[in-house]
Design a protein around this ligand. Structure first.
Ligand code: ZN
Length: 264
């Protein structure tokens, strides 16, 4: 058995009792940003109190508290876990960057990151990362609960309902549910250690995110089937995705602005 597989499977698939207890406690304390693993707050009164208890951002790895950073280094490894995933991807940032100043683009990007991240956190998404134009959120059952597909769909519905003038930039959304390998990755010289999801299903959700129109979410059939009471009358579409030989079925969830974009 690969190193620490059972431990990481417990953390992400079923929920480690100790970590689940910490999540309950820490999410009651303000304020974000939080440690990516134990959700201890780094700012606000909660951050101050927990800082006194040694739960400060790790120097080497400031997105984790020093205790979780130590934990990741002490128990490297990972496991295959079925989870839901979401990718938000900006539409038309290259032409936009030619028409507005770099400062204005940066302001709008930050507005977009904040708006999207807020919704992912609010729907119990975890391991939220920003990669270029993309915001990526994972919904492992051990963190987000057994109804992770519903939480991810709810996030997608709220994301496409955002007003583009309030969230800075137009973007598309992909949602998918599948088995991925989630585990630790070590940076050069033991510097940054992180937890990442890797696998074909991760590539798939990224492709859905980049294929979606502005204000549109492409939700895979796998996610749709996992949702207990999926809404009726939502358009079904089949896509040819790179890396898949068969047509890939999705539901198309549209926000109010997607309609306007299509009408142009
Ligand atoms: Zn932590």
């Amino acid at each position: 058995m690969p190193e620490n597989e059972e431990l990481w499977y417990t953390i992400f698939a079923t929920g480690h009792p100790e970590l689940v207890k910490q999540h309950r406690l820490h999410t009651r304390l303000p304020a974000p940003p939080r440690c990516k693993l134990c959700l201890v707050p780094f700012k606000g009164p909660g951050g101050f109190v927990m800082g006194l208890r040694g739960r400060r951002p790790s120097n080497r790895n400031p997105r984790y508290c020093s205790k979780c950073d130590q934990f990741i280094r002490a128990f490297p490894g990972g496991a295959e876990v079925e989870m839901s995933m979401i990718f938000a991807d900006v539409r038309g940032s290259t032409p936009l960057s030619e028409s507005i100043s770099a400062t204005e683009l940066s302001r709008r990007m930050n507005q977009y990151y904040a708006a999207v991240t807020h919704i992912l956190v609010d729907t119990d998404g975890f391991i939220i990362d920003v990669v270029g134009d993309e915001v990526v959120g994972l919904y492992p059952p051990g963190f987000s609960g057994p109804h992770h597909a519903e939480r991810a769909l709810e996030a997608a519905q709220r994301l496409v309902a955002l007003d583009p003038t309030e969230c800075g930039l137009p973007f598309g959304v992909g949602v998918h549910t599948g088995v991925v390998h989630i585990g630790t990755v070590m940076g050069a010289d033991e510097g940054i250690a992180d937890v990442r999801a890797i696998g074909m299903e991760v590539n798939t959700v990224a492709r859905l995110g980049s294929s979606a129109g502005a204000g549109e979410a492409l939700v895979s059939d796998a996610t749709w089937k996992a949702v207990r009471e999926a809404p009726d009358g939502v358009e079904h579409r089949e896509l040819m995705l790179k890396g898949r030989s068969e047509p890939f079925g999705v539901r198309v969830v549209r926000g109010p602005t997607a309609v306007a974009a299509n009408a142009k």
